[in-house]
Design a protein around this ligand. Structure first.
Ligand code: SAM
Ligand code: SF4
Ligand code: SF4
Length: 342
């Protein structure tokens, strides 16, 4: 493969998160707490052919990891067809999806057959009544069914994402580890982030990596850090009894220095950072008839100028509060987490 394209901090262009829709069938309080939202116009949503073309260009520039996300990716009609198109590019060696699991039972086998390699299911609580209160959905059983279906479909790995929030689910850490163990999955605890959309965020609700380790250490005994991929957002740990889990400490110990990720929204806005205020519009040149080479040049040049390290910069903010008030999110929904993809 050709030499990686590197940004100003020498971080390679290697990983792309494709948000395939901004719609969602949950209303998690840390992501979509408002009563109503401004949606991307339908005509602006990239077709599968357009998405595949962009993935091909990104893959030609060194992207080998692609993760489908959203909004809820399984709300995008006929997602296995897109998976098949992307999986057809041999440069993409790691094709994964993050989903809330509500529709996974229905689609897991087709997605696997289409070439999806890995699945991450978001599971914040094992208690249906908490999900109802926190994500406005009574469909907890569907998520568990989705997890079982993913296991049965034979994905290489199954991860469970849990955003830990003080006073909501911070008493379920060990239960979630045990649940993951029983499903041959691995849980990753995520610190509550002050990303766009998290309009109820406050620092006192954040349960830090340190605190998570303390709580689990008291329950299980000494916890051993595992040294694996330094580029992966999760730090992994092993309990004395052998169970492993991860922590994504994006709020208290961000990992911007090794971040090789960028994001493409469903309408073709390319974001160099989860916290970036603006993105680069790739849809307009795509639909104007720009050649692949010209698009590749635009992407290459943009990445070479990348300076972003949003989460690290947030660390320096005194009296850290909400990143964007809801009026600013309504004015530009690209700033929403559910639009740019987690
Ligand atoms: N809807 C899918 C899901 O929930 O898995 C995919 C998109 S969602 C935006 C991707 C991930 O972002 C989820 O695991 C979710 O928990 C996480 N997320 C959303 N808002 C967050 C926040 N404020 N802090 C930390 N993680 C967040
Ligand atoms: Fe929850 Fe994911 Fe939907 Fe956000 S996009 S509300 S995290 S399910
Ligand atoms: Fe990467 Fe931005 Fe997240 Fe830092 S804040 S890890 S640069 S996406």
């Amino acid at each position: 493969m050709s030499e990686a394209i590197r940004d100003t901090l020498s971080r390679p262009l290697a990983s792309l998160r494709l948000s395939v829709t901004d719609r969602c069938n949950l209303r998690c309080r840390y992501c979509m707490p408002e009563d109503d939202y401004v949606w991307l116009p339908r005509a602006a949503i990239l077709t599968f052919e357009e998405l595949e073309r962009l993935v091909r260009i990104f893959a030609g520039l060194g992207v080998h990891k692609v993760r489908l996300t959203g909004g809820e990716p399984l709300l995008r009609h006929d997602l296995p067809t897109l998976v098949r198109l992307i999986a057809g590019h041999p440069e993409v060696t790691d094709l994964a999806m993050t989903t809330n699991g509500l529709l996974l039972a229905k689609h897991a086998a087709d997605l696997r057959a289409a070439g999806l390699k890995r699945v991450t299911v978001s599971l914040d609580t094992l208690r249906p009544e908490r999900m109802l209160a926190f994500a406005k959905s009574a469909r907890h059983a569907d998520v568990l069914e989705g997890i079982a279906a993913a296991r049965a479909a034979g994905f290489a790995t199954l991860k469970l994402n849990t955003v830990v929030i003080r006073g909501f689910n911070d008493d379920e850490l060990a239960d979630l580890i045990e649940f993951a163990r029983s499903r041959d999955a691995e849980v990753r605890f995520i610190e509550y982030m002050d990303v766009g959309g998290a309009t109820r965020w406050t620092m006192d609700q954040v349960v830090s990596q340190r605190e998570i380790l303390e709580v689990l250490g008291r329950r299980y005994g000494p916890i051993e850090p595992l040294r694996d991929d330094a580029r992966a957002p999760a730090e992994r740990f092993r309990l004395p009894d052998g169970a492993t889990f991860g922590i994504i400490a994006s709020t208290t110990a961000p990992f911007c220095r090794t971040c090789d990720r960028s994001r493409l929204t469903a309408d073709g806005t390319w974001l160099l950072c989860l916290y970036a205020a603006q993105g680069v519009d790739l849809r307009e040149p795509l639909r104007r008839g720009t050649t692949d080479d010209e698009l590749a040049t635009l992407i290459r040049d943009t990445w070479r100028g990348r300076v972003d390290r949003g989460a690290e910069q947030r660390l320096a903010v005194v009296d850290r509060g909400v990143l964007y008030p809801s009026a600013s999110l309504r004015a530009d929904p690209h700033r929403e987490m559910h639009t740019r993809g987690g």
